[in-house]
Structure formats: C-alpha cells, structure tokens
Ligand binder design. Structure first.
Ligand SMILES: Nc1ncnc2c1ncn2[C@@H]1O[C@H](COP(=O)(O)OP(=O)(O)OP(=O)(O)O)[C@@H](O)[C@H]1O
Length: 328
C-alpha cells in the first residue's frame, strides 16, 4: 500500500529576484516498509521535497500547487498545529549534520525524552528508560553513559546514531533521511547505513533516503526517484535503474556513468555529465535537461515531456529514453 503519495507538487520561494521553483511538479510515492532513494545533483530539489512533506518552510516559501497524501489523507493542507502532531511522531527526519539538529546545551536523555513525553505521554522516568533502550537499539555500546552526555562529548558517528534513536523513538511510519552519512568518514558511513538497513528490517519503517550518491542508493533503496531541476525525471525499482530495464533517462545514464569504479585508473577521466544545473531563476524552456543532453532534439528544447509509464512501476520524463548499453 502507498504510505506517501506526492502529486504534481510545486513549492516555491518568493524572492526579490523572482519565484524560485525549488519543487516544480514532483510526483512520487513511497510504499509501506520500503526505502525510496531520492538522487540528483545539488540543487535538484531533493531537500525541498522533504521539507514540503514536513511543511518545514521558510517565511517566503509555500506550496503553490499539488498535494501530499500520507496514509491516504491529504497532509499538505494541514495547519502548523496539526503538522506538529505528525512531525517526529508519524514522520521523522534526520539530517546530514546532527550537531545542528541536536541541542548542544541538553543531554541526550533530555532530547530523546522530550520527544517521548510530547508525543507518547510518558513520564520522566519512563522516558529515560526508553531513551536508554533506544540507544541500545542503535547499537551504542554504553547507553547509560551516552544518555547522560552532551552532543559535543560524542563523535560524529555517535551523534548520528543518537539522531537515529531520536527519530525512531516514536516508531514513525516514515523516516526521512537527508544525506545522513555525507559528513561522516567512509567506515562510519558504512556502519550507519548497515544500521539503518537493520532497523528498517526490525521496525518496518519506510525510508525516504536522500543522497547524491548512486552507490549509496544501490545499497539502501528498494525504489529510486531521480530528480533534476525540481522534477522527478525517472522513478523505478532499484534493479531496473541499475540493471534490468531496457530504457533509462539520459540523465540517469549520465549519473550511472559518473560513478567511480574500483578499476578506474588514476588520472583516467570519468564520464561526467557536461555543463551544470541551470540557475533556478533561468530554467530552460522545454525539457530542463535538454541543454546538457547529448540526445536532445528540437522537440526537447521546445516542449516539456511529462512523466510517463514505460514499464511496470517505471516512469520516465523524456521523449527519447536511452536504450541501455547502446544507441537509442
Ligand atoms: N532558502 C532558500 N531561498 C531560496 N531558494 C532556496 C532556498 N533553499 C533552497 N533554495 C533553492 O531551491 C532549489 C532546490 O534546493 P534543494 O536544497 O532542495 O536541492 P537539493 O537537491 O537538496 O541539493 P543539495 O544536495 O545541495 O542539498 C535550489 O535551486 C536552491 O537554490
């Protein structure tokens, strides 16, 4: 069943220089208990899609069009008060840098306990016991000591485990993870990813995993949404993207060929996508990827393609999807 469904979402920033269409017609869904990997270059709108789900908006930002449904209910029109009941309870979030999300002046216990007291009505003692339990669940070796610690006393990997414990404290149905391991070194990153997969298997929590790293997507996701310029350009089960499907989006093809491989020789150039993401205030007419696409035609430069079904659960926003491993 669909846990989250986003239909034609437009979230803009109203700035002095004009409207920044950070999310510009996003449609995607997340099935119960599955991980959707959201991938795309910097500025493609991944984080702002996540912020829209939680309605964590700046003053000059709002939803202009479209809707977000959670468990079949439209949540994009809820008031701030109603959203507060959902955040941290049904849907929680972890960010890249836990230091900015954890309060430096409170102990770990106070921060996890607060969530539990607010949403689950536990008293102080019950919350403390549950906080220690949560730290055990995220495989922190000395949970009693860590529970009494302040964030600055912990390593980066440890802080991210605390964030995960806090996010899972109320048994959310959806966990949004926005580049949760980007700031960590590779061995710690691997441990956190492994932990998240184990927790998902244990708790059945669905995950929206945001990253710019297709390697991480391969490891974490069941399904993938590829984003470009505030739009989803391709969405499919993960194996379709990496192996199975006959056709893929030219942008996805570009991302796949830019993954460094172990056998890449030193000095050998990776096949990176030429050009850069267009400025959000100067989006091209037609397909947003056309200026960088080696297959683009006149039609692509003038008309905007829609997200269309190309196979089972596989949608592509392109007039001329690429045949894998060869010409079109
Ligand atoms: N506070 C803001 N005011 C105006 N524009 C913003 C603001 N925050 C983000 N944007 C714009 O919204 C667009 C989408 O940004 P978003 O952060 O969602 O991208 P992203 O794919 O998550 O990138 P990254 O991987 O760098 O986090 C970008 O063009 C960005 O410049």
């Amino acid at each position: 069943m669909k846990l989250l469904e986003i239909n034609n979402l437009h979230t803009y920033f109203d700035t002095k220089k004009g409207l920044i269409k950070a999310v510009n017609g996003v449609s995607l869904s997340i099935e119960e208990g599955r991980t959707l990997g959201v991938v795309g270059e910097s500025g493609s709108g991944k984080s702002q899609t996540a912020m829209s789900i939680l309605k964590l908006f700046e003053n000059n930002q709002k939803i202009y069009e479209g809707e977000i449904k959670f468990e079949g209910k439209v949540i994009s029109e809820l008031s701030e008060k109603e959203m507060q009941k959902i955040r941290g309870n049904d849907i929680s979030v972890i960010f890249q840098e836990p230091m900015t999300s954890l309060n430096p002046v409170f102990t770990v216990n106070r921060q996890i306990s607060e969530v539990l007291m607010l949403h689950q009505g536990l008293n102080k003692k019950e919350a403390e016991a549950r906080s220690i339990e949560m730290l055990k669940q995220v495989k922190i070796a000395n949970p009693e000591t860590v529970n009494k610690s302040y964030p600055f006393q912990l390593s980066g990997g440890m802080r991210q485990r605390v964030m995960i414990a806090m996010a899972l404290a109320c048994k959310p149905k959806l966990l949004i993870a926005d580049e949760p391991t980007t700031a960590l070194d590779v061995t710690i990153q691997a441990q956190i990813l492994k932990l998240m997969n184990e927790l998902k298997a244990e708790t059945g929590t669905a995950i929206m995993f945001i990253t710019h790293d297709l390697g991480v997507i391969n490891q974490m996701a069941d399904d993938v949404a590829v984003m470009y310029c505030g739009q989803v350009v391709e969405t499919a089960p993960v194996d379709n993207i990496f192996m199975d499907s006959e056709y893929i989006h030219p942008y996805t093809e570009g991302l796949l060929t830019s993954i460094p491989r172990l056998n890449t020789k030193r000095g050998e150039k990776l096949d990176v996508i030429p050009g850069s993401v267009p400025h959000p205030l100067a989006l091209p007419q037609g397909c947003k990827f056309a200026p960088r696409c080696k297959y683009a035609t006149e039609k692509c430069r003038n008309e905007e393609p829609e997200l269309k079904e190309i196979g089972p659960n596989h949608q592509i926003r392109c007039f001329f999807p690429v045949k894998r491993g060869g010409n079109k």
